[in-house]
Design a protein around this ligand. Structure first.
Ligand code: GTP
Ligand code: MG
Length: 361
């Protein structure tokens, strides 16, 4: 290729990438929840908390998941967790049943208590109304302190580099929903799983990294096991974000579009799905090392194999594969979508908005 053609190609690539970054920001911004929606959700939380306190006076109802970690899209569901601060408390099963009855009597919510689920929860929903055109869906769980902590970890990652991290995560959430590869019940990956893939990529794949590893930074003062362990898991991470912003600057200057293009390339081609485990805590691990093999020859491992097609280690519950629901077909579809996205972006149409529309078709 002659130098002028090379130059022209380079210029056209630079132009596409700059245009794509701008389109990504604009696209994501219009999908954020409105202040009204956030206010209604907070009112709902307060109302539910007041009602729960008539059963358990020492309880608090806290938000976790996307409503609390900064990765919320318009009309995303509400994840609520009830913590009870007294020693004598009702069993979760009884609480779920009693709370279900109470909410049925006192509110307009459709109520579905699931007292015998693996994690007992109450599911609530509210029909659309003029003030809430899409209604509300909400799950209330109990004592899920690890989920509150992993929510806080993701929120801190979002705060280290708000523009690039939030834009990437929010875009991937919309994209995975539109492409129908965001449902653990159907063998694909949860939103939580996609967020972990993004953070893994920004901490461990990009060189120089876009994000520091908050779980491996030296603590500011000595910490004891009592301070840091929850249900036997180490939940410590560096959470003084103000200080971190003063002390840590990423050498990585790539734009959000460049990062997204590389993200799709990495997960369509380079990630070692057969042997690798993505761990935001420890980097790339081996399935063997975790005991998460997918050995094709051993039939008694059939179940393990189906559960461990894709391996993403939970940041705190390190014996837990967040993507255990992803089936063989599910993974095939997800990788196919990563490849499709790579292809669409590599074609660099005249205007980036066209690529974006095609991506989310
Ligand atoms: P949307 O609901 O799609 O907006 O996304 P979200 O960010 O709320 O994610 P999701 O509903 O998948 O998960 C909500 C929260 O539940 C996460 O932030 C985690 O705290 C917790 N969670 C979800 N899935 C898992 C899981 O497999 N393991 C653990 N430990 N926690 C999970
Ligand atoms: Mg959620």
């Amino acid at each position: 290729i002659s130098p002028p053609i090379q130059q022209r190609r380079h210029a056209s690539k630079q132009h596409f990438v700059a245009d794509l970054s701008q389109c990504l920001f604009d696209f994501v911004i219009q999908l954020l929840p409105t202040p009204e929606e956030m206010a209604v959700k907070e009112d709902v939380r307060k109302l539910l908390e007041r009602l729960i306190r008539t059963i358990e006076p020492d309880s608090r109802l806290l938000s976790f998941g996307s409503t609390a970690n900064g990765f919320s899209l318009r009309n995303s569901d509400m994840d609520l967790c009830c913590l009870i601060d007294s020693q004598e408390r009702l069993a979760a099963t009884d609480l779920v049943t009693m709370l279900g009855d109470l909410l049925e009597r006192e509110t307009k919510f459709h109520v579905k208590p699931l007292p015998h689920a693996r994690i007992p929860i109450v599911k609530l929903s509210l029909d659309p109304s003029p003030g809430l055109p899409l209604g509300i869906a909400c799950d209330i769980g109990f004592e899920n302190r690890l989920a509150l902590e992993n929510t806080r970890l993701l929120m801190c990652y979002a705060m280290v580099d708000p523009t690039r991290v939030r834009t990437m995560v929010l875009f991937l959430k919309v994209w995975s929903k539109r492409r129908k590869i965001n449902s653990p019940y159907k063998g694909t990956l949860s939103s939580y799983g996609y967020v972990l893939l993004v953070i893994y990529f920004l901490v461990h794949v990009k060189n120089p990294p876009v994000l520091p590893n908050l779980q491996q930074m030296p603590p500011l003062r000595p910490i004891t096991k009592e301070d840091t362990h929850l249900n036997g898991y180490n939940t410590w991470f560096f959470d003084d974000i103000e200080l971190l912003r003063q002390r840590w600057h990423s050498e990585n200057t790539e734009t959000v579009a460049e990062l997204l293009i590389d993200f799709f390339r990495y997960y369509s081609r380079d990630f070692s799905y057969n042997t690798g485990v993505a761990s935001i805590r420890a980097g790339l691990l081996k399935k063997d090392f975790k005991g998460w093999q997918n050995d094709l020859s051993a039939s008694r491992y059939n179940d393990a194999r189906e559960r461990n097609r894709l391996c993403i280690e939970d940041p705190f519950e390190t014996d837990y594969n967040v993507s255990r629901c992803v089936t063989k077909d599910g993974l095939y579809t997800i990788r196919g979508e990563f490849m499709r996205a790579s292809r669409v972006l590599a074609a660099r149409p005249e205007r980036a908005i066209i690529a974006l529309a095609e991506l989310c078709e």
